[in-house]
Design a protein around this ligand. Structure first.
Ligand code: ITT
Length: 187
């Protein structure tokens, strides 16, 4: 059985990763090391900086992820600042920013950047995206973060109205995890 540390403070991410990897002989263990999230314009740079920081502290294989919600009408905001904005204004704050806009002006994209790291090796990236719209009100109880206000393309329900397996079929993280899974299977 392979042990893989997931460096995150977010239990929702742990649940999605465990669900995705449930058919592999792999033990995902949460480790909340609290790596610094630098201010930069890309999720990749945040994830890379975090991975290089963790590599110096941990002598075992690990993964970490930086994710963000990019809203077209707000020129990609909150993007790399998604965690801070969620903490400050939450889903209701985003709904207020988009108040009065029709569905065709409510397009948004979730992006997930996973990094796999091992000490002494170059970090590997696994990226996934999911397009959709921001709903007009919060709906659903599942998931975390912006899930109650994000409706993926081709659906009428928000991510928060889906079980974890179903969200994984559509989501940015489902796609990045699928690529990560292919890589891990071959280690
Ligand atoms: P880490 O410890 O892993 O950094 P975090 O919650 O701070 O956990 P991020 O830095 O990746 O995560 O911040 C992304 C923000 O976007 C955060 O507020 C999340 O709640 C939100 N987010 C990311 N993925 C999401 C998803 O699948 N559904 C809803 N919200 C999501």
């Amino acid at each position: 059985m392979m042990t893989l540390f997931f460096i995150t403070g977010n239990k929702g991410k742990i649940l999605e990763a465990k669900t995705k990897f449930s058919d592999l002989n792999i033990d995902i263990i949460q480790k909340d090391l609290g790596y610094p999230e630098i201010q930069t314009d890309s999720l990749e740079n945040v994830a890379l900086f975090g991975a290089e920081y963790v590599q110096k502290k941990l002598d075992q294989p690990f993964i970490l992820e930086d994710a963000g919600l990019f809203i077209d009408a707000l020129d990609g905001f909150p993007g790399v600042y998604s965690a801070y904005v969620f903490y400050k204004i939450g889903c209701s704050g985003i709904l207020t920013l988009l108040d009065g806009l029709n569905d065709n002006k409510r397009k948004a994209t979730f992006k997930s950047v996973y990094v796999y790291g091992e000490s002494g090796k170059k970090p590997m990236f696994f990226i996934g995206e999911c397009s959709g719209i921001i709903s007009k009100k919060t709906l659903g109880e599942h998931g975390f973060g912006y899930d109650p206000i994000f409706i993926p393309d081709g659906e009428i329900r928000t991510f928060a109205q889906m079980e974890t397996e179903e969200k994984n079929l559509f989501s940015h993280r489902g796609k990045s995890l699928e690529k990560l899974k292919d890589f891990i299977k071959n280690i």
